[in-house]
Design a protein. Structure first.
Length: 228
């Protein structure tokens, strides 16, 4: 898949909170939404008229609709990225809970400053900065990690599911020279068994390297065993 396909994939999986998402899907989608949001804000600033008495503008409506439209896929793709790391999506609730706590601490700090408690305000400010800076760093580090297992409790590797890693067919063993006419039939059978065994070894290596998924591995293995 190319970057554009990755960027729009979360829109196709809009309400899909199960399964897994790769790093490419999450980061290309975030890049798309960030750049589009920045572009809309630039248009809003460029078209701002301080002498206008209108309570709202068309570009502001577009920004609001775009924000609402991208909110759910932003949540779902993060949940699937956590699944890709074999972690439950409940971690996302913790992240947003920390953001809320940080905002509440900052408001409480402003209240203390208004009451003249500048010592308490300083403490609240430090706690707020630790939470609101540390939490996104925590998220970014996790979202940059690669999955440990090809398959986990949330499903198969998303790179295999979306065709980012091509499934390579099992290698075909080179034809063995035909045995002399005087050879016994058992010798021909032994040669055939050896060829199938070699191909099974190669097939198992492809599966361990993540080049084919479990379903394809089982189907190819069954066909090879039927040749014995």
């Amino acid at each position: 898949m190319n970057p554009f396909q990755y960027a729009i994939l979360p829109f196709k999986r809009y309400f899909e909170f199960s399964g897994r998402s790769s790093r490419s899907e999450l980061w290309w989608f975030f890049l798309l939404t960030t750049l589009s949001g920045f572009l809309l804000q630039m248009i809003s600033v460029a078209t701002f008229d301080p002498w206008s008495y209108s309570s709202y503008r068309f570009i502001d409506v577009i920004i609001l609709l775009w924000t609402l439209f991208t909110f759910i896929p932003q949540i779902s793709v993060q949940v699937r990225r956590l699944h890709d790391l074999n972690r439950t999506g409940l971690w996302l609730l913790l992240f947003y809970g920390l953001y809320l706590i940080g905002v509440m601490i900052s408001l409480f700090g402003v209240f203390l400053a208004g009451m003249g408690e500048f010592g308490g305000f300083g403490l609240m400010l430090v706690l707020c900065l630790v939470i609101l800076i540390g939490t996104p760093i925590w998220q970014i580090v996790w979202y940059c990690l690669s999955p440990v297992d090809q398959d986990n409790r949330f499903g198969p590797n998303p790179l295999l599911m979306h065709g980012s890693i091509p499934a390579t067919p099992a290698p075909v063993a080179a034809p063995t020279p035909q045995a002399p006419a005087s050879s016994a039939p058992a010798s021909s059978q032994d040669t055939s068994s050896s060829s199938v065994n070699d191909r099974l070894v190669g097939l198992n290596k492809l599966f361990e390297d993540g080049l084919i998924d479990e379903k394809e591995f089982k189907n190819k293995k069954k066909k090879l065993l039927d040749e014995l």
